[in-house]
Design a protein around this ligand. Sequence first.
Ligand SMILES: Cc1cc2nc3c(=O)[nH]c(=O)nc-3n(C[C@H](O)[C@H](O)[C@H](O)COP(=O)(O)OP(=O)(O)OC[C@H]3O[C@@H](n4cnc5c(N)ncnc54)[C@H](O)[C@@H]3O)c2cc1C
Length: 392
Amino acid sequence: MYDVIISGAGPAGSKCAEVLAKSGYKVALIEKNCKWRKPCGGAVSSRVLKYYPQLRKLNLLPITGISMYSGDFCQLKYSWEGIREPSFTVDRLEFDTILRNIAVDAGAKLFDNSYSFDFIYKQNRKIGVKVKAINGTKDFLGKIIIIADGMSSKLAFKSGMREKWKIDEIGLCKCAILEGTNLLDKTSISLFFQKYKGYGWIFPLDDKRFNIGCGTWLEANRNYNINQLYNNFKNNPYLQRFFPKQEFKEIWMGSYPLPALGVKEKSLFKDNIMMIGDAAGFVSPISGEGIHASIVSGSIAGETAVKALETDDISDQTLKKYKAHPNIKKIRRNFKMTASMVDFLYDADGKNLSNMFSLAETDNKIREMVINMFLFSQPPTKEFLLRLKSMR
Ligand SMILES: Cc1cc2nc3c(=O)[nH]c(=O)nc-3n(C[C@H](O)[C@H](O)[C@H](O)COP(=O)(O)OP(=O)(O)OC[C@H]3O[C@@H](n4cnc5c(N)ncnc54)[C@H](O)[C@@H]3O)c2cc1C
């Protein structure tokens, strides 16, 4: 019998497991495949270092700038050079392995090649998780269950806490790690917003390797073929300037969905269960950034579970403190704001976005506002939005 069973050892599950194990609780961390590289751009906010100070010792590629482009290639460049803690880029296979090892070192028990697919019930109460392992089906019993198994979660749906994802509430992405000579600025990431709801990205990983990908958002998922978009994006004449030789080795490639409407407010806890990370929608609706928010959700769900176990009260009343935590409230609020901006930004074939970037080129105050919106989810002023509308 475990104190806590966590399904999914991505950033959210690993952080949650570490917090609980550090407090002395018996944690089963169930992972379907530790060798799977989660499809991801791998750009990580420096805010993650607060949760993982160990990462400071690693040789991570520091990112000190961003270039954002509108659908008609109007560019907005921003640099945070000189900042004490820069953001960084990672290969997700290496990154996830590091975070899992930190959880294991704290005392969590990791079960690899273990696929959780249903709950175990006793008198209508969920008392554990059924897992397909190499040697057959295994039952894991636990007082608290944490759903951290991302977009493909079986438990999220079976818990009755939320419905299956609908095609127009997610993003669909395809990305690759390529290796070859390139002229990319190794200290800066690039985002290419499209005229339809979607964007592409190029994130350097080291001197030769970079992560390149693109995706569609919401209703655009129905209208575009992601494989075709990915090929068009890779071969876009504007991008060719970075790749004069055009010879690349493909290290890896993958496609995956991500939540696109922010946190699933009504799905965060129920009975003795909490849902964290992508499974619960902890991804920014504009940028697709989810690693930081997922780690925060894992950390706070872990702390909430520790309190529940300490007081031997694992009721809704205790677990609801996860949803009500100020940091979770802040993420929920920020993502709501960014979700509400998406329609506006992509309206009129992305003209608002294009006008926004060109105004920001010449006006420093506007520039700060636009950067704050994209990087820190702070809402722009009403006057600014009206000004953009009037420019169309
Ligand atoms: C293409 C793409 C690009 C992205 N780029 C970025 C980026 O550059 N920066 C950023 O911050 N965010 C990015 N994101 C979002 C980011 O990847 C996620 O927000 C983050 O990985 C969420 O962490 P998680 O632990 O909740 O879920 P995941 O990372 O998805 O981890 C879930 C874990 O659960 C395991 N699992 C799944 N099903 C089961 C099961 N049934 N049983 C047991 N284990 C299971 C999986 O193997 C996985 O290890 C991107 C997402 C996509 C799809």
